[in-house]
Design a protein around this ligand. Sequence first.
Ligand code: AMP
Ligand code: ZN
Length: 113
Amino acid sequence: MENCLFCKIIKGEIPSAKVYEDEEILAFKDINPMAPVHILIIPKNHIDGADMLNDENSAVVSKIFAVASRLAKENSLDNGFRIVTNVGVNGGQTVRHLHFHLLGGKKLNTALC
Ligand code: AMP
Ligand code: ZN
């Protein structure tokens, strides 16, 4: 999708620190890490956010979670980690392309909101 930051990263028009890629999924380091490990995992097919998931496009989400588990192991997040997706204005979503934050490497704040 035009003018989507993450679509531009997928197309290679904007550089990123890639840590995983396959036909459907890209994972790269967050530019403003909130934890020692902070990776964004995104579908290559543009989906605005979790509010736009449906029976036709949601299968990639389970694959994203499998990638998250793999990346957690690769990054030695043996004591746990967090997967977060922000949705819309009230959810704090700043990039309107579905993405999952993989956070770990320290004891994370337990506040949910
Ligand atoms: P959210 O606020 O949930 O929409 O998350 C968007 C995330 O994208 C933030 O954590 C940003 O730090 C991150 N971000 C923005 N631009 C880039 C970029 N060019 N490369 C990597 N991460 C980025
Ligand atoms: Zn996009």
